[in-house]
Design a protein around this ligand. Structure first.
Ligand code: R5P
Length: 310
């Protein structure tokens, strides 16, 4: 196997390559002066099992285009098989038509990745598991739950914890974590009145005098998690810790987290942390590099990936 790193998360690619005990493939991925993407794979990859690591995080369109152009380069270089390793799959939230005359962008992106030359996809905590079905090639959708479970057990296991989903849509994800750590589950019934603005309505379950572990897949504007944290504290929670896989954290999200009632926000490195994220006092980053690297190794050796979920 060989590993190519796109530009969107070089530190993660380096950690994965180190775990696999492999150097990163010599490749140039840069921009022309008009910002078109140019790729040159500078070593022979003919007949190789290639893994291209490129989450499609901010700037989403540039990183997506870089993924597509690099896939094309690898296919034309006669790689035996190309796996698109997309730890954060952008556009996933547009997975159905919320109204008339709107796109299903997640399906469009799946088509683009396939057409560009991916033979398989390796991703993490897809916003909706059904997005796997948007592809007609194999998709391994890893879960960060084992990594989060270990962290929660290490830090909070004796803390009278309760796992909370910040909205009804996230119940399955939160319940999976609750089951792993043998904790109770509560749900914040959120109603979103306007796109980009979230409003907490109701809490299902008793969180009084409990330490709440708020679980979500994406934190973008941070409205969902911060509003849920306030509502939980109003309902008597002693403290609230957020565990969210993908730290999109756009706009003023880091400042919102810093001034929120969250004791701590824990995210993964599926998206490269920006400087404000690195400096934030109440944000901590857990690495999923080992999980992804181990899945890549198993794909290459054609052994079971699902046993990683146990
Ligand atoms: C929604 O369905 C997702 O699971 C997240 O809850 C949402 O994307 C978070 O967005 P924000 O941080 O902007 O509230």
């Amino acid at each position: 196997m060989k590993i190519v790193a796109g530009n969107s998360n070089q530190p993660l690619a380096e950690l994965i390559a180190a775990y696999c005990n492999l150097p990163l493939t010599n490749a140039i991925i840069r921009r022309f002066s008009d910002q078109e993407v140019f790729v040159e794979i500078r070593e022979n990859v003919r007949g190789e099992d290639m893994f291209l690591i490129q989450p499609t995080s901010f700037p989403a369109n540039d990183n997506l285009m870089e993924l597509l152009v690099t896939l094309d380069a690898l296919r034309r270089a006669s790689a035996k098989r190309v796996t698109a390793v997309v730890p954060y799959f952008g556009y996933a939230r547009q997975d159905r038509k919320p109204g008339p005359r709107t796109p299903i962008s997640a399906k469009l992106v799946a088509n683009l990745i396939t057409s560009a030359g991916a033979d398989r996809v390796l991703t993490l905590d897809l916003h909706a598991g059904q997005i796997q079905g948007f592809f007609d090639i194999p998709v391994d959708n890893l879960i960060s739950a084992p990594v989060m479970e270990n962290d929660i057990r290490e830090r909070f296991s004796n803390d009278n914890i309760i796992v909370v989903s910040p909205d009804v849509g996230g119940v399955v994800r939160a319940r999976a974590i609750a089951k792993r750590i043998d904790a109770d589950l509560a749900i914040v019934d959120k109603r979103r009145e306007q796109a980009g603005v979230s409003e907490v309505m109701n809490i299902i379950g008793d969180v009084r005098d409990r330490r709440c572990i708020l679980v979500d897949d994406i934190i973008d504007s941070a409205g969902t998690v911060c509003n849920a944290a306030s509502a939980l504290q109003e309902a008597g929670a002693t403290s609230v810790v957020g565990y969210v896989t993908h730290g999109v954290l756009s706009g003023g999200a880091v400042a919102r987290v810093a001034s929120s009632s969250l004791e701590q926000l824990v995210i993964t490195d599926s998206i490269q942390a920006t400087q404000p994220v690195r400096l934030a006092q109440n944000i901590r980053v857990l690495s999923i590099a080992t999980l992804i690297a181990e899945a890549m190794r198993r794909i290459s050796e054609e052994s079971s990936v699902s046993s990683l979920f146990n």
